[in-house]
Design a protein around this ligand. Structure first.
Ligand SMILES: CC(C)(COP(=O)(O)OP(=O)(O)OC[C@H]1O[C@@H](n2cnc3c(N)ncnc32)[C@H](O)[C@@H]1OP(=O)(O)O)[C@@H](O)C(=O)NCCC(=O)NCCS
Length: 163
């Protein structure tokens, strides 16, 4: 079934969190695992909005933590579709922290994740094409194709098969 293309903007997802002490290490920095959890959630919402289906995380590329997020900071996550295949979608998540007292904003991470849409039978199902509308989105789409080629080279067999 051919599905109507959707723009990047249609599924763009903004998520805001308050960095709390229960998520921090003894230095008062938010734990990397908590940030990765937020990244996964923001990306999942963007992927499911685009697919109009439930989607599962297939992979998350290397994530770097460029600046600490301190307890009390606001954490802004922005998730955008960058590429769509037949059943899979790449999502970029930008993470930024905001010190509400000083007003300072810092980029803390950028992550790329791949989601796969899942149909009622539990199998991957096709998703709408991605309509790129700006030169930046077109560049990002091409870069995503290169990342996907690398991922496919490294992909391991599933269902218990021996690598
Ligand atoms: C992801 C999953 C659905 C893929 O299933 P599969 O039987 O290997 O499916 P296919 O081989 O048909 O691949 C489906 C799509 O996923 C992509 N894909 C599969 N594994 C991938 C990986 N590790 N990284 C990136 N893309 C991947 C394929 O390239 C294909 O994309 P396309 O249709 O756009 O060309 C399956 O491995 C799974 O269910 N994994 C567990 C997911 C999960 O529990 N996530 C955490 C909780 S949400």
């Amino acid at each position: 079934m051919t599905r109507m293309a959707k723009t990047v903007r249609e599924s763009q997802t903004e998520m805001t969190e308050l960095a709390l002490p229960g998520d921090s290490n003894p230095l008062g920095n938010i734990l990397g695992g908590r940030v990765m959890h937020w990244i996964d959630l923001a990306a999942a919402m963007a992927a499911m909005r685009h697919a109009g289906q439930v989607a599962v995380t297939a992979s998350m590329d290397r994530v770097e933590f460029l600046n600490p997020i301190k307890v009390g900071h606001v954490v802004h996550l922005t998730a955008c579709l960058t590429w769509v295949g037949r059943t899979s979608m790449e999502v970029r998540v930008n993470v930024e922290s905001e010190d509400m007292v000083s007003g300072e904003h810092n980029v803390t991470s950028t992550a790329y994740l791949t989601f796969v849409a899942i149909g009622a039978d539990g199998r991957p199902v096709s998703v709408p094409p991605l309509m790129v509308t700006t030169a930046q989105e077109a560049e990002e789409f091409q870069a995503a194709e290169r990342r996907r080629a690398e991922r496919m080279k490294q992909r391991k067999p599933t269902n218990g098969a021996t690598p």
